[in-house]
Ligand binder design. Structure first.
Ligand code: HEC
Length: 121
């Protein structure tokens, strides 16, 4: 039964799902939590990211780059997050988060959906 299911999954067209989003977020968990109660990681809490002002996680000490974006009133929406994940340092030169961007648009979309929708977690 289980192997039949795997076989079907292999035949299915490659499409990014919520599960992929969770998988893509795995390396981010080294620095970010989605649990609002979890503090003290190297990166800001991302529990309520979409809709909030850039650089606004309570108690987090942001770089000047994100403090400026905060002062300018930039907000996280799906499009901005997608562009950010493509090349974080390009959007915010001087960013204190040195990860490579995610080049695959489908992967980025899955990750954005995962971060946008608490129900999918
Ligand atoms: C090595 C640690 C580390 C990893 C891994 C990491 N980040 Fe970050 N992230 C940070 C830090 C530190 C900041 C704050 C940067 C600053 O102040 O310039 C940040 C900021 C962010 C922000 C802006 C948050 C806000 O409050 O405005 C988002 C969104 C984000 N990261 C998403 C991700 C995603 C998605 C991944 C995985 C693909 C990821 N990060 C991986 C350390 C990390």
């Amino acid at each position: 039964m289980k192997s039949a299911l795997c076989f079907l999954l292999l035949l299915a067209p490659v499409s990014a799902s919520a599960e992929d989003g969770a998988k893509l977020f795995t390396p981010c968990r080294a620095c970010h939590s989605l649990d609002p109660a979890e503090q003290g990681l190297p990166g800001p809490n991302l529990s309520d990211l979409i809709g909030r002002t850039v650089g606004s996680a309570e108690g987090f000490d942001y770089s000047p780059a994100l403090r400026k974006a905060n002062a300018d009133g930039l907000r996280w929406d799906a499009q901005r997050l997608d562009r950010f994940l493509n090349d974080p340092a390009e959007m915010f030169p001087g960013l204190w988060m040195s990860i490579r961007g995610i080049e695959d648009a489908g992967d980025r979309g899955a990750l954005v959906r995962f971060l946008s929708d608490p129900a999918s977690r």
